[in-house]
Every structure is written in C-alpha cells, then in structure tokens.
Design a protein around this ligand. Structure first.
Ligand code: PLP
Ligand code: COI
Length: 344
C-alpha cells in the first residue's frame, strides 16, 4: 500500500476523483448485488426522476487514520439509518442498513491509499448518494434507482480551518415547517444555493436560518447544526418547533460527549434569535464542519460578537472539539459502537 502523493495539509473541501466507487442499482423491485467500479460517470435517461422531480438524497461521513495506522469510520450505522428515513420520506426504496455499512467498508478499503495520514489535518469524506434513474413524466416516484458511494480526501470545510467565521441571519428559508428540513435530500441544498452565493458575495461564510413560520427561533445553517455556550459554561443546542432541523450525527455525539465525558450541563431546547447575544461561544457542527467556531453574527446590520472573539475558538468549544476529534481519530476511547474499523 502506498499513500497517494497529495499535499494533505493544504486540502480544501473540494472533490478529488479517487480510484474506486461502489454502485448498486434498483430494478424490478430489488437492489442488485453492487460492485466496486472505476467508472466515475453516470449515464441515464433524459427522463430520469432525479432530473425532473429531484428524487435524490445523500449522506456524508468520514474515514480517519488512527495513530497506530488503522482506518476507522465514525458511526456509519447512524448514516445508514438516516438514509433509510430520508428514502422513505422521498418514496425511494431504502438501501438496507447492513448493506450500507458493507458498501462503506468496500469503498473505503478500495481507496485505502486516499485516506489521509493521522495528524495531517485531512480526512476522507465518504459520500453515499441515491437517485431516481427510472423514467417519470407525471409527478410520481420512479421505479429504478442507483445507490452509489464515492470518497474524496478533504481539508477544512471553511477557509482558514479552525478560525472563527462570520455568518449572517438569512432572509431566505432553508426548509418549510414540517417539510423536508429533517431529511438529507438534495432539494434542501438547492433551496440554499442562492442564499449562500448571496451571503458569500456579502462577505459572510454561512447563513443562519430562522424558523420559517415565525422567524423567531434559530434553526441551523445550510450545512451544519448550531451549538451555543452560555456564561455558566452550559452547552445549548437548538430544537425545532416544526421539525425542520437535520438530525446531525455530530451534534448528537457532541451532546453525549459533553454530558458523559466532559460532565457539562446540556440543554436541548428552543432558542430564540433575540437571546443569542447572551451566549459567549457559538459553533457549527457537522461531518464537514466538524466544529467550526462562529465569532460574529450579522443580524440585519446588528453585529452580535461572541466573547470568544475572532482569533480562536472559545474554551468550551475547544474542549468539545478535542474530545470529539480525539474519539473520531482513535486517540480517546469512544463510547461502544462509535468507531467502526475498516479491515484491509
Ligand atoms: N445540517 C445540515 C443542513 C447538514 O447538511 C449537515 C451535514 O450533514 C448537518 C446538519 C450535520 O449533520 P452530520 O453531523 O450528521 O453530518
Ligand atoms: C456533511 O457535513 O456531510 C454535509 O453533507 C454538509 C455539506 C454542507 C457538505
């Protein structure tokens, strides 16, 4: 095995085509056996359901190299489960959970040379994706689908790595109340593209979305859940009245780590936008974002600056970051079942 010759320390969050991918097709009411292939392209009908009615969903997880050279993934069973609930909501045939995990194993194993070395700052992003390939012209679910997993080595999601970012409160909505905000459907991200381009043009790294019904409560950003720390060192994570926040696996893991490993007080509750200025630290969490500190929010011209400042993440955020990433990379013992080793 020879690692690829990449500048691991300077990767961004961009697609690099690797050697192998996993593909399984759903036809005649069943998923086929699936194969590992070199072919990174997809040929399908002009009438495929994904092209017209956006019948598509995806997942995101990462593979890491541990200090002793093993390759591990973090809670792939949770991605498998979430993709099943997403598929059901989109009237797609769920890809069986145990097959999802096997497919992740096969894809990562086939691309072992692309898994960044321990301590390099990079990780291997694993992207399962499922889409309707069957013909549809009336609005209805297709009867043929493809499930695919590819991988790409990535660095930090936000430029500047762990430096605090500045975000804005968006006037656009990411998801409708009781719509699809709580599933990982590509259509949610299509909704957010104009908003993110606008935010970037204005100099902001991300959008903070409020609840679409009342614009009173904070929900999440375009690609990550929110974390706040109050002046007593308590961790606060927002809930949604209208079930329109994606149930982040990273956020749920952080809540457990905060309670059980760091012995912090954790509140999962509705968070009003007008109380955010009382918090002292803020972070965005997700597979891609890991924990990215927020230094400032622009709320329609009003600046909300967190006490942790613009130089580095706040002390509680840092503890959470160290504990989470320590577990993900095998430096700290993780709760039972969180670390899934890929045997070579
Ligand atoms: N929220 C949104 C909108 C996302 O796209 C993601 C990314 O997956 C997350 C939250 C974080 O979820 P997870 O921690 O499962 O990656
Ligand atoms: C992830 O964190 O895996 C996501 O899918 C978020 C996306 C913005 C890259």
């Amino acid at each position: 095995m020879a690692k690829k010759d990449l500048d691991w320390g300077n990767l961004g969050f961009t697609y690099i085509r690797t050697d192998k991918r996993y593909v399984s097709n759903f036809r005649d009411g069943k998923w086929d056996d699936g194969v590992i292939t070199d072919d990174a392209t997809i040929v399908m009908s002009e009438d495929a359901g994904v092209l017209h009615y956006a019948q598509e969903c995806f997942e995101g997880l990462k593979a890491y190299t541990t200090a002793d050279g093993r390759i591990v993934t973090f809670r792939p069973d949770q991605n498998a489960k979430r993709m099943v609930s997403t598929a059901k909501r989109l009237e797609m045939p769920p890809f069986p959970e145990e097959r999802f995990i096997e497919a992740v194993e096969q894809t990562v194993r086939a691309n072992a040379d692309w898994v960044p070395p321990h301590g390099s700052g990079a990780t291997l992003y694993v992207r399962p994706v499922m889409f309707a390939t069957g013909d549809v012209i009336g609005v209805k679910p297709a009867d043929e689908y493809q499930f695919r997993i590819f991988v790409t080595p990535v660095g930090p999601y936000f430029k500047g790595g762990a430096k605090p970012i500045v975000i804005k409160v968006s006037d656009f909505d990411r998801a409708a109340p009781h719509g699809t905000g709580n599933i990982k459907a590509g259509l949610n991200y299509a909704m957010s593209l104009h908003a993110i381009v606008t935010a970037h043009e204005e100099g902001f790294a991300e959008n903070l979305y409020l609840d679409a019904a009342t614009r009173t409560y904070v929900e999440e950003t375009g690609g990550a859940n929110l974390l706040f720390v109050d002046k007593d060192g308590k961790l606060i994570v927002p809930k949604s009245h209208s079930d329109s926040i994606l149930p982040s696996i990273t956020r749920r893991s952080i809540v457990d780590v905060a309670r059980d490993y760091l012995h912090l007080t954790v509140e999962e509750r509705y968070v009003r936008m007008d109380e955010v200025e009382n918090f002292v630290e803020m972070g965005l969490c997700g597979t891609a974002a890991v924990i990215s500190p927020v230094g400032r929010i622009n709320d329609h011209g009003k600046e909300i600056s967190f006490a942790s400042g613009m130089e580095k993440m706040g002390p509680v955020t840092q503890k959470l970051y160290d504990a989470l990433t320590g577990m993900q990379m095998g430096d700290i013992e993780a709760p039972e079942g969180w670390i899934h080793e890929i045997t070579l």
